[in-house]
Structures are given as C-alpha cells and as structure tokens.
Write a protein that binds this ligand. Structure first.
Ligand code: NAD
Ligand code: MG
Length: 389
C-alpha cells in the first residue's frame, strides 16, 4: 500500500486527486488531508478515505473539524504548525495542491522526508524554484509536475536527451477575454473573469488565466523545472486547450501532447509514474473535433508575459516578489478595489519598488528570505493599490 497525503484536498486539484484515489481505495493508505474553510468536505473525505489525520489551515475551525470527526478515530488539527506537522508525516507520494505562496513550505517539508512530490502548486517553483529543486536533489526526492502543460512536456521528454531540446512551447487557451476588444477589458468584472472557456478550476487560477498571469507563472515554472533558458520557452495561444505543450528538438521534430482538458490526466500520470495505468478521462475524437487553432499571444493584451521574462532575467527572489504582488493585485480585483487591467501595473511597480529595497532580491534563497521578500512585496503592492484608487 502506498502512503499518500493531499495538501489542499478540498480544492479543485485536491478533489480530482481524491476521485482517482477513491477508485482504487485498497492501493493507498491515506496519511493526511489538509483543507481550509470547507470543514464538511474535509471531514467527509477523511472518513471516506480512512485518513490518519485531517488538518484545516484555519485555527478558528478546529472545534468544528474535531466535532465532525468525533468517534471516527481520525485525528483533527488546525493552524500553520499542524499543517507543517502533517507535511512531516512520512508518505510515499504527496499532492501539493494548496493555492498560493502558502503551498511552498509544506511541499518543502515533504521533500525533506524524501517523498515524491506531485506539484500542482505553481507558486512553489515561481517563488523558490532553485531552492525546491535543490532540496529534492539533496534528499533524493522526486518532484513530478502536475500542471497540464508541464506534465505534457515531461511526458514528451521521456527517453530524450535534454541537450537535444531546442525549444519548449506551452499553450494557453487565452482565458475568458481572449476575444474581447482591448477597450472593453477595463470594465471586465470578477464574474466574467471567473468563467474559463475550457477548464473547470479554482477561482484564482481561472482569473489568472484571463490575465495570463497563470501562463506567466507557467513560463517561469518551465524555466525552473526543466532548467531551460528563458529564450527557449514559447507561449502559443490555442483556444481549444487540447494540445497542452510541444517540445521542439534540434532535428526540427516537435513532440506534442494532446488530451482532453481534465486535470485527472496530469494528476493520474504523476500518481502512476513511471508507469501508465488506465485513467477515467474522456478520449479525444480528433475526426469529430476537425480542426485545431493556434495564434501568437497579443503582447498588449497580456502584459503578464513580459513580466515573466523580466523575472527570469532578474532571478534571485524576484519570483517571490512577482508572485506576492500578483496575489495582492488578484485579491484587490476580487474585492473590487482594482480594475482587471491594472493588475499587471501593480505587479510591475512592486517589482521596481522592491528592487530599491537593499538586499531583498539578492538575498540567499532560503524559506525565511523568500517569506521576507513575499511580505515586503505585499506591503508595497498594497501601497500601490491604495494610491491608485
Ligand atoms: P482551489 O482554490 O480550488 O483549492 C485550494 C486549496 O488550498 C483548498 O483546499 C484550500 O482550502 C487550500 N488553501 C487555500 N489557502 C490556503 C492556505 N493559506 N493555507 C493552507 N491551505 C490553503 O485551487 P486549485 O484550483 O485546486 O489550485 C491549487 C493549486 O494548483 C494552485 O497553485 C493552482 O495554480 C494549481 N493548479 C491548478 C489547476 C486546476 O486545474 N485547478 C491546474 C494547474 C495548476
Ligand atoms: Mg496549466
């Protein structure tokens, strides 16, 4: 039996992971499930999967969780320390599916135990890619990409020599506003940005898809995870979201990965790796689909892509600043304190201001310094957002 833990079990990726694990109950021993506010769902899944431990990140919800699990023999815990403790429990395979910068520390702890980390939390590689990859190497742990694009690249690279790779192309649906006239974007609402044309995901990543901050993060992730130079990474708009990524080799060949937009493929690949097993995802009928479309991303529509290039060129802790500023801008947009089109400006100005904070971006990449850059960026971003009103 494989010991598995799921961080962010109540979210979109967490639930897809549980769907796969629940289909093969006898193969897994569920160690820990973590969640946030949705205590009912966390408790139901912990009971259904026979988990050892359930943790809510919300300290105030401890008694609710404890009550929901009373008499089941499942341990209940709450708060940041409990989350860290859950991450330190030995497990063979861990799903990192917390949203935001909060996902980094538990993932690092799992790697320190030598666990295989299925990485959906993209903020980990964006804020601390070199630290995460080094930690995995030091502890002989494996990081498997769970984003659809990175799983696609990973699969296209099986058996290949990285030295033969010329370019990596990741596709983007273009998000909710890809066909809107640019002038209209100023009035884009949260409700409109929260409807993805192809994927059913958490609200934050869906809005990030509309702004392409999601793709910007994925470009940085590609750079960090596969260790390829920024200029080798391309973004291609592909409205159907059926080709997830392509790898170009020095002989001109392009290996593409296709599949339906169902995250259970990338999750299942990471769960079964290095093998492939049957997965309950729909099969593509290309004859019925008929045609696939591609176009270059419009740089004016998606300023986030330019910011990703700036972050990769700058290096150091600029990814932590970029991510924290983006999270603040996204919060402000969701709370209707900031316009959709002003999010990129907030991130850009935050990067500029943090550059002026002596020693912030060039500090050694440790969890503490990443947290410090994150906090400073949040303060600066909040000031910029307040001044813009
Ligand atoms: P979600 O919002 O649906 O779920 C997030 C989970 O994290 C929930 O369980 C929530 O309780 C928990 N959480 C939130 N804030 C927390 C905190 N501060 N501390 C501890 N736990 C917290 O998000 P999602 O769409 O499942 O995305 C999860 C991660 O996977 C994100 O980093 C996202 O970018 C990435 N990702 C998601 C998809 C997708 O299809 N949804 C695809 C690729 C990558
Ligand atoms: Mg993706």
């Amino acid at each position: 039996m494989r010991r598995v833990s799921i961080f962010g079990a109540t979210g979109s990726i967490g639930q897809s992971t549980i769907d796969l694990i629940a289909r093969d109950r006898d193969a897994f021993n569920v160690v820990a499930l973590t969640g946030g506010q949705n205590i009912a769902l966390l408790a139901t899944d912990a009971i259904r999967l026979g988990a050892d431990l359930a943790v809510t990140a919300q300290e105030a919800l401890y008694s609710e969780l404890k009550a929901a699990l009373s008499g089941t023999g499942i341990e209940a815990a709450a708060g940041a320390a409990a989350l860290a403790e859950a991450a330190a429990r030995p497990a063979d395979w861990v799903m990192s599916a917390i949203v935001g910068a909060a996902g980094l520390a538990p993932g690092m702890t799992a790697l320190e135990q030598g666990s295989t980390l299925a990485l959906a939390n993209k903020e980990s590689l964006v804020t601390a890619g070199p630290l995460l990859m080094r930690t995995a190497a030091v502890h002989g742990a494996t990081v498997l990409p769970v984003d659809s694009e990175h799983s696609a690249v990973f699969q296209a690279l099986v058996g290949e020599d990285m030295a033969a790779v010329e370019r990596i192309v990741i596709t983007a649906s273009g998000g909710a506003f890809r066909d809107w006239p640019l002038e209209k974007l100023a009035d884009a609402t949260v409700e409109q940005a929260s409807r993805h044309p192809n994927w059913d995901m958490g609200q934050r990543i869906t809005i990030d898809s509309a702004s392409m901050f999601n793709k910007a993060m994925e470009v940085i992730e590609t750079h960090e995870y596969f260790g390829v130079a920024p200029e080798m990474i391309e973004v291609l708009v592909h409205p159907e979201s059926l080709v997830h990524a392509l790898v170009g080799f020095r002989d001109g060949a392009l290996m593409a990965h296709l599949g339906v937009s169902d995250m259970r493929h990338a999750i299942g690949y990471a769960l079964n790796w290095p093998d492939r097993d049957h997965l309950p995802v729909a099969r593509l009928d290309l004859a019925q689909i008929g045609q696939l479309n591609f176009r270059a991303p419009d740089q004016a529509r998606y300023p986030a892509l330019r910011l990703a290039r700036a972050v990769m060129a700058r290096g150091g802790l600029s990814g932590a600043v970029f991510n924290a500023a983006k999270e603040q801008a996204l919060d402000a947009f969701i709370e209707k304190r900031l316009k959709f089109i002003d999010m990129a400006g907030v991130v850009e100005d935050t990067l500029t201001r943090c550059e002026a904070e002596k020693g912030l971006i060039d500090a050694e990449m440790t969890l503490d310094n990443v947290a410090r850059a994150d906090q400073m960026a949040r303060i600066r971003a909040a000031e910029i957002i307040a001044a813009a009103r």
